[in-house]
Design a protein around this ligand. Structure first.
Ligand code: C2E
Ligand code: CA
Ligand code: CA
Ligand code: CA
Length: 278
């Protein structure tokens, strides 16, 4: 323990060696996984508070690993971001999301907008807007079927530049939402100056509703802030009826969470849609 700070000891740190090895293995496996088509999207429904009507779904990536089973994004997205694989992976997600929306439309289930999570690597890349436009064009899908979820951090970089980029996306008909709203350093000014359509109240505020006074005050303030600027509000991670009731009573318009449905594989989501629309 006394030599903790010394580089030569760290070199032999088995935990560190293990993690470097893991990163290396992960890198080559992720490249293979894209080639072998091992990624899948799951879809979590989003519904309107007032009548439970489906308003869309969030696409959530999973890795169907041949030996380790279905892996959640936290197990591989951080590696992909470090290894610059995020661009091809992000492009795959966009195309797959848009194709899924097209399949549901073709199945007679109507337009179901799909919300796609973006990574900083994608949003900051040159040619991002063009790449999105290309996917929509090639798949023959209107921009209105696509929503992009960006974190507060991604939106705070260079305000004029971010604003211009968002405006170009919005010109394609795409809806812009702020993910994990309330967890970053976003201010009223950001909310006002950026062309944002929707905010997603983070699960950490939702989980302690309705009884924890702090969570209740924060949730109410976040909802009011967004509503007063004309933005839509959705709450994520809604698990209990009491949370839903509190949110609805305070003006939150849309809900997402296990109370409505966990994320579903594409075929299951289609079945869920059929039941909802029956
Ligand atoms: P997120 O965008 O905040 O997504 C919501 C997470 O909450 C998802 O975890 C979802 O499965 C989970 N969740 C949904 N309802 C409930 C609930 O009622 N209770 C609880 N406790 N959890 C709920 P998941 O799928 O593991 O995704 C984790 C994160 O990975 C996402 O957080 C998102 O930041 C990232 N991610 C997912 N898909 C993609 C993707 O395609 N691209 C990028 N760049 N990131 C992604
Ligand atoms: Ca999200
Ligand atoms: Ca979120
Ligand atoms: Ca979250």
């Amino acid at each position: 323990a006394k030599s903790r700070g010394r580089a030569n000891y760290q070199f032999f740190d088995p935990a560190l060696a293990q993690s470097a090895y893991t990163a290396l293995v992960m890198e080559s496996r992720l490249v293979q996984a894209i080639e072998r088509d091992e990624f899948v999207l799951h879809f979590q429904p989003q519904v309107r508070c007032s009548d439970q009507a489906v308003v869309g779904a969030e696409a959530l990536i999973r890795w169907n690993h041949p030996e380790r089973g279905l892996l959640l994004p936290d197990a591989f997205i951080p590696f992909a971001e470090q290894q610059r694989l995020m661009w091809p992976l992000g492009q795959w997600v966009l195309r797959e999301a848009v194709r899924s929306a097209k399949r549901w439309q073709a199945a007679g289930l109507g337009a179901t907008p799909i919300a796609v999570n973006l990574s900083t690597v994608q949003f900051q890349a040159m040619g991002f807007v063009e790449a999105v436009e290309r996917v929509l064009h090639e798949e023959g899908v209107p921009g209105a079927w696509l929503e992009l979820e960006l974190s507060e951090r991604m939106l705070m970089d260079d305000l004029p530049e971010v604003r211009a980029k968002l405006q170009r996306l919005k010109a394609l008909g795409i809806c812009i939402s702020v993910d994990d709203f309330g967890t970053g350093y976003f201010s009223l000014r950001h909310l006002k100056e950026l062309p944002i359509d929707k905010v997603k109240i983070d699960r950490s505020f939702v989980q302690d509703l309705p009884h924890a006074p702090d969570a209740a005050a924060i949730a109410r303030a976040l909802i009011q802030m967004a509503l007063s600027l004309g933005q839509d509000v959705i709450a994520e991670g809604v698990e209990h009826p009491a949370q839903r009731d509190f949110l609805a009573a305070h003006g939150c318009e849309q809900l997402q969470g296990e109370l409505i449905s966990p994320p579903l594989a594409a075929a299951e989501f289609q079945t869920w849609l059929v039941q909802q629309r029956a």
